[in-house]
Design a protein around this ligand. Sequence first.
Ligand code: AMP
Ligand code: MG
Length: 358
Amino acid sequence: MLKLNIRKLSGAACLLLMPALIFSGCSLSGGNTETKKTFFAMDTVMTLTVYGRKSGTADAKMANSEIAAEKAAARILEIEAALSVTSDTSELSRLNASENETAEASDDVLIPLGAALGIAGETGGALDVTVLPLVRAWGFLSKEYRVPSREELDTLLQNVGYSRLRISGREIVRPPGTELDFGAVAKGYAAQEAAELLRGEGVAGAVISLGGNVQTVGQKPGGEKWRIAVADPLDPDHGTIGTLSVGEAAVVTSGGYQRFFERGTVRYHHILDPKKGMPAENELLSVTVVCDNGTKADGLSTALFVMGFPAAMEHYKLQSDLEYGGFEAVFVTKDRRVIVTDGLKQSFAAANNKYDYE
Ligand code: AMP
Ligand code: MG
């Protein structure tokens, strides 16, 4: 069974993993192979598990799982190189630093940006990719954490607001000083792109697990559903709240427990309310979104976490009435309730007696 939320590694562990990609392969019955590839990217541990066939076996159309996994990892690293805001040379950093109002952008910027702006519009700006100045001020980029003053946040907020952005053809139009951060959608977009690549390679099945973002492709050997554990936000390293059984899907969790620092008795986490400039504080401990697109699942889980409960549930009900809006969710609240939306109730197995399940 897969653990959905792999917490971000400590600095020392990152160093151990970075020089080498961890790679393993084994044979399954019928000539099918399983390749597992673990590497560090986008500030998290990523694991690709790919089921394919050895080259030269009966079904020539089926992929060699090792080659397919290599290509998927390379694609994820390419997206990281475009979207990282901690590297000065990424496409996004160059765009942020530009004094020009308009900049031509690649698909790797335009596609996640388009998805994020759509979700921003639907959620009243709960998701807002212009939060970078705030993310920087709290120290979430440098990991030199600090609590900015109200005055500093108010000044920074003058440059925050997704409605300042426009996409015109391949150009992004923005007032200089508006800086973009794709932290809320980049892993989901990378998982989506890796899934599409693996499908194109003809793999039998795959699980793409990018630190809290899981996406499945095809079928598990044996044909049963993929089982994905949802982390217990009160004990994320060891506990789960239950297991989701899914076919092809993106399953993404956002929660304050995934990245935070403490000052005295106060915990400050990385998901910010774009209106206040402060970490979003409400009834929620975590939100897991299940849908057919990784970018959308990632953006929505962040947005619903900012909206809080029950506003996020109201948004679910509104969207589930729309043909194109379909997603499902699992909400975990501070008063220890786990609320599973209707379309997931049959697929969710509860596993933690700390919580009341609804
Ligand atoms: P996630 O882990 O997907 O929920 O996204 C959180 C990351 O997205 C943070 O580490 C920030 O880089 C960025 N972020 C924080 N708050 C927001 C927000 N309200 N809208 C968009 N991005 C955000
Ligand atoms: Mg997200």
